[in-house]
Design a protein around this ligand. Structure first.
Ligand code: FNR
Length: 367
């Protein structure tokens, strides 16, 4: 039996209810990580190794959570990230996230492998609502070019190229569970698929494993959208991204679904910001982070350490799968409440006041 949504007091509550109520195939696809799921676990656990250094006697009467990411205004420094196959969890699919995003003024990233068609998701947008596109690069670059230029024409404000998935990771929970044929249908140009490999691998055979740095100038030539590399995992690649002139990077391990034992993204952030500073590149690129973000305090820690914004995946999928649009709105509001309260408690009133002095990362690493 489902408790009323008002009895969800944090994002983890949605996950508990989803585990108990979702169809097992959908739960397996959404919740799984690669191999032994160590990165999946540590993405969130790593936040528990960072402590606050609050300052007191600051006037914190008024808190402003609004910010700008890639030149786009947002009510909060987090966004709904791209996750494939929305209809596995909710028969309406990704447009549920679009509507909730509109109600709460939160940006949505549209996945290449959405269950709804790209145009349905853009048509569901209201007013000046911001959407970005996540791109899996097709072996056939003409298809990729068409997708990118169509997205730009339809008003997408940024292109996030996924670079951590030359091959989809082994998610064994997903492989064991049955592939849900109807919901998993996606509007893309993939060929025949091997369904024994689970939902994820079955639909991803079109992705080009030969994608490399050499392709970056081509993307820059086909679009004016800002380009973000989604899935950077070491300082050297962050530096390279600056040198290739991309606009932003997302430090991410795909929510622990790709390489198991990839370092938790919040720890990669510490490494990357140190390297950018050393090269005097801090102002040349926006740095985003995702993976395991479940609490307002997680978001604040990431921003203190230099992130411009934070992506959140599974919690919104679980909220959408259990309570639909109402659930996603509730999840966003809970995060807003947590953010506001914890900003007040650390002694910061605006997003741009957050800085490394507010956190102690000495138990993370010796960087
Ligand atoms: C994803 N993610 C993902 N990323 C991407 O670039 N293209 C995709 O199609 C998908 N699909 C997808 C499906 C599901 C079910 C999940 C959980 C994740 C990765 C996603 O964008 C993001 O990096 C992680 O979800 C962030 O971690 P959390 O917030 O889920 O812990």
């Amino acid at each position: 039996l489902m408790p009323p949504v008002s009895q969800c007091y944090n994002l983890l509550d949605f996950e508990d209810i989803a585990r108990q109520t979702m169809k097992s195939t959908a739960w397996a696809y959404y919740s799984s990580g690669a191999d032994d799921e160590i990165t999946l676990r540590e993405n969130h656990a790593a936040y528990h190794r960072i402590w606050f250094r609050p300052r007191v006697l600051v006037d914190v009467d008024q808190i402003d959570l609004s910010t700008t990411m890639l030149g786009c205004k947002s009510s909060v420094p987090f966004y709904i990230t791209a996750t494939a196959l929305g209809k596995l969890g909710n028969p309406e699919g990704e447009v549920v996230l679009t509507r909730a995003g509109h109600r709460e003024n939160v940006i949505q990233m549209i996945p290449t492998l959405a269950s709804c068609s790209f145009d349905e998701i853009v048509d569901a947008k209201q007013g000046d609502q911001v959407q970005w596109l996540q791109l899996y690069v097709n072996k056939d670059r003409e298809i990729t070019k068409r997708i990118v230029q169509h997205a730009e024409k339809r008003g997408c404000k940024a292109l996030w190229i996924t670079v951590d998935a030359p091959q989809l990771g082994r998610r064994e929970k997903d492989m064991r569970s049955k592939y849900d044929e109807q919901a998993a249908q996606v509007q893309s140009d993939e060929g025949t698929v091997d369904r024994s490999q689970g939902a994820a691998r079955a639909i991803s055979s079109f992705i080009d494993p030969s994608l490399s740095w050499k392709d970056i100038p081509w993307f820059q030539s086909i679009t004016k959208m800002p380009i973000v590399l989604k899935g950077i995992q070491r300082a050297e690649d962050a530096i390279k991204a600056v040198e290739y002139g991309v606009d932003a990077i997302l430090l991410s391990n795909h929510g622990g679904r790709q390489l198991d034992f990839a370092k938790p993204s919040i720890e990669v952030l510490v490494e990357v910001m140190a390297a950018l500073k050393q090269h005097d590149y801090q102002d040349k690129i926006e740095v985003f982070i995702d993976g395991g973000v479940r609490r307002g305090t997680d978001i604040i820690k990431a921003l203190c350490l230099g992130a411009k914004g934070v992506g959140i995946g599974r919690p919104f999928l679980y909220a959408m799968s259990t309570y639909g649009e109402t659930g996603v709105v509730r999840a966003i509001q809970l995060l807003k409440d947590e953010l506001e309260m914890n900003m007040r408690l650390i002694g910061a009133t605006k997003i741009n006041e957050l800085n490394p002095s507010f956190v102690d990362v000495s138990s993370v690493s010796a960087h």
